[in-house]
Design a binder for this molecule. Structure first.
Ligand code: UDP
Ligand code: MG
Length: 325
């Protein structure tokens, strides 16, 4: 039991202000778990530089040199986004269990011990769930909650308040990596994969240094990516919208015809022309937009482009065979 190896995978994008603080903490976490006999002493830290434009890679490089094999550095050819950086790290690991965590210490690494305990109790997936979102802005909390609600209504099974802080066993991870979508929404796919899972609750801290790399634009894009990868409910919704709009137009047409042929007050009403015109027009545009979004997604997936390329690697790993195929 004590011989199970652990890999901690950390995506890093412009984290030069954060790494000097988070690296020692993460390494200390590993050492402590090794000392307690909960993981093997060949466990490792994988740092993925997601095409940072600051000194992140230099720091990772040095950490790897100084760590006597404990730190593996992976440099991506350019910025690919959090999810892809994470996948790059996960695909490089060979360990028995893998924990993914952000570089900013918002998810306290001391919780990793509880995750490892759950693993030893037989869980293949351990979700880190934020107990309270005290440190998030009201706006972020509100939109996040609305989003989980919406996803659930559309039949997508997400773990509430779980982001990407989780532990996976080797077999759960291998299953996950069989999903070849070029736009992988990890927290949705992990649910899809199944296996025995458990949840640990923790308090999320606020970022100590650097700034959030998830501005509103990226948040919206991740949110839409999650919806369109897992649910065709929006397509169904526009069909319903179309049916409703057609029914209303039928009524309107009937009313116009009756007014025209059976009454004397067939006024040259601009309203009755303009209203349906606007309504139908907007419904059509909206519907086309949603269809277009799915079409775009199909287009991207059909191309099946690689999710990342590794340009450099530091430390002891399996041979550099992968490039995100
Ligand atoms: N990140 C990344 N690539 C990106 C954006 C972010 O690898 O394009 C990393 C970032 O370095 C951090 C994690 O993803 O370790 C989460 O980012 P952040 O803390 O900015 O997100 P938030 O906690 O604000 O949602
Ligand atoms: Mg963060």
């Amino acid at each position: 039991m004590a011989t199970a190896t652990l890999a901690i995978v950390v995506p890093c994008y412009n984290e030069q202000d954060m790494l000097p603080q988070s690296l020692p903490v993460l390494l200390a976490t590993l050492d402590e778990l090794i000392e307690k006999g909960k993981i093997s002493n060949t466990s490792k830290l994988y740092l993925v530089d997601d095409g940072s434009r600051d000194n992140t890679w230099e720091q990772i490089d040095q950490a790897s040199l100084a760590s006597s094999g404990k730190v593996v550095g992976i440099k991506l050819s350019r910025n690919r986004g959090h999810q892809n950086a994470l996948i790059a790290g996960l695909e490089t690991t060979v360990e028995d269990m893998v924990v993914s965590i952000d570089a900013d210490l918002q998810d306290d690494p001391s919780n990793i011990e509880r995750m490892v305990d759950e693993f030893h109790k037989g869980s293949d997936v351990v979700y880190g769930v934020r107990a309270a979102r005290k440190t998030d802005t009201f706006f972020k909390r509100f939109t996040a909650e609305g989003y989980y609600y919406l996803m659930r209504r559309m039949g997508v099974d997400l773990v509430f308040n779980h982001a990407d802080f989780r532990l996976m066993s080797r077999r759960a991870l291998n299953a996950l990596l069989e999903y070849r979508e070029s736009q992988l929404f990890l927290r949705g796919i992990v649910r899809e994969v199944g296996f025995t899972s458990s949840i640990i609750e923790y308090d999320r801290q606020s970022r100590l240094a650097g700034e959030s790399k998830y501005p509103l634009r990226k948040m919206l894009s991740l949110a839409w990516n999650g919806i369109s990868s897992f649910s065709t409910a929006p397509l169904r919704a526009i069909t319903l919208l179309g049916i409703t709009a057609s029914a209303l137009s039928m009524l309107l047409i009937a009313w116009v015809l009756i007014t025209r042929f059976f009454t004397d007050n067939a006024i040259p009403g601009w309203a009755s022309i303009l209203l349906p015109l606007l309504f139908i027009g907007s419904v059509q545009l909206l519907s086309l937009g949603v269809i277009g979004e799915y079409l775009a997604k199909l287009y991207q997936e059909v191309k099946a482009r690689p999710r990342y390329h590794i340009s450099e690697i530091r430390g002891e790993t399996e041979p550099l065979a992968k490039s995100g195929q």
